[in-house]
Design a protein around this ligand. Structure first.
Ligand SMILES: Nc1ncnc2c1ncn2[C@@H]1O[C@H](COP(=O)(O)OP(=O)(O)OP(=O)(O)O)[C@@H](O)[C@H]1O
Length: 237
């Protein structure tokens, strides 16, 4: 692995009396795509939320770029460049496309905003055509572009994408994976949580499998595919 960007050790968290994460270890290297796989309810979204400081860690540590961010405020985590595009997009439906994008740059200097917008519009020309449109009136695919565009406005070094292809047509899923590949080629590290396991393993350098709030497997995509039990469980072959 290249230089470690995200390093998570023994992470525990949950909701009230329910413990979901039971001591998770996971690393993402600079510029690496890492797939986080696991069945529904395994704890992947809880992991993403805890790492990005939306949910408090109960034990363990999260280090980002060498800095301990386990107890950091969400704002400082975003400012450090760890940006989470949540499952279900969570755009603001009653705000325009432009307003949604601008919200993504809340930790960045105003002076950077125009350049970041142009970069996002270069990646998603459709968003530029629709700057004044209310986000809630856009199609599901456009809303997903907007959610990722908003994440990019924050100048990420690591982008956590939680189920980005959920609800998209097969054509848009192809586009989405193409986009993830292009962002990676530009040097961005990506932690990808996806139901499209085969496609995720094609573009990821490494993968983790989470079950019941713990990591059951970590290794290269090729190693995962060589493990019969995992291949059967996640690819059905
Ligand atoms: N806000 C919440 N309050 C209580 N329990 C929750 C909450 N959110 C999730 N859980 C529970 O935590 C467990 C892990 O859920 P989580 O959403 O992290 O799994 P996941 O792997 O992301 O699955 P999915 O793909 O279905 O989103 C589940 O048992 C779920 O019911």
């Amino acid at each position: 692995m290249s230089q470690t960007l995200l390093s998570v050790r023994g992470l525990r968290s949950g909701y009230g009396a329910v413990e979901v994460l039971r001591g998770v270890d996971l690393d993402v290297g600079a510029g690496e795509i890492v797939a986080l796989l696991g069945s529904n309810g395994a704890g992947k979204s809880t992991f993403n939320q805890t790492v990005s400081a939306l949910l408090p860690a109960r034990a363990g540590s999260v280090r980002f770029d060498g800095r301990d961010i386990t107890r950091a405020h969400y704002r400082d985590v975003v400012a450090a460049g760890l940006i989470h595009v949540p499952e279900g997009r969570r755009i603001f439906p009653n705000l325009s496309v432009l307003e949604n994008l601008e919200l993504g740059s809340f930790t960045r200097a105003r002076a950077n905003r125009a350049a970041n917008l142009e970069r996002v519009f270069g990646i998603f020309p459709r968003l530029k055509e629709r700057v004044t449109q209310l986000a809630g009136t856009m199609s599901g695919g456009e809303q997903q572009m907007l959610a990722i565009g908003r994440g990019l406005m924050g100048e990420p070094r690591l982008l956590i994408l939680d189920e980005p292809s959920l609800g998209l047509s097969p054509l848009l899923v192809e586009e989405l994976f193409g986009l993830v590949g292009r962002l990676h080629a530009q040097g961005l590290a990506i932690l990808l949580v996806e139901q499209n396991v085969a496609q995720s393993l094609e573009i990821a350098q490494r993968a983790y499998v989470m079950e019941n709030g713990a990591i059951q497997f970590s290794g290269t995509a090729a190693e995962l595919l060589a493990t019969d039990r995992l291949r059967q469980a996640y690819l059905g072959v």
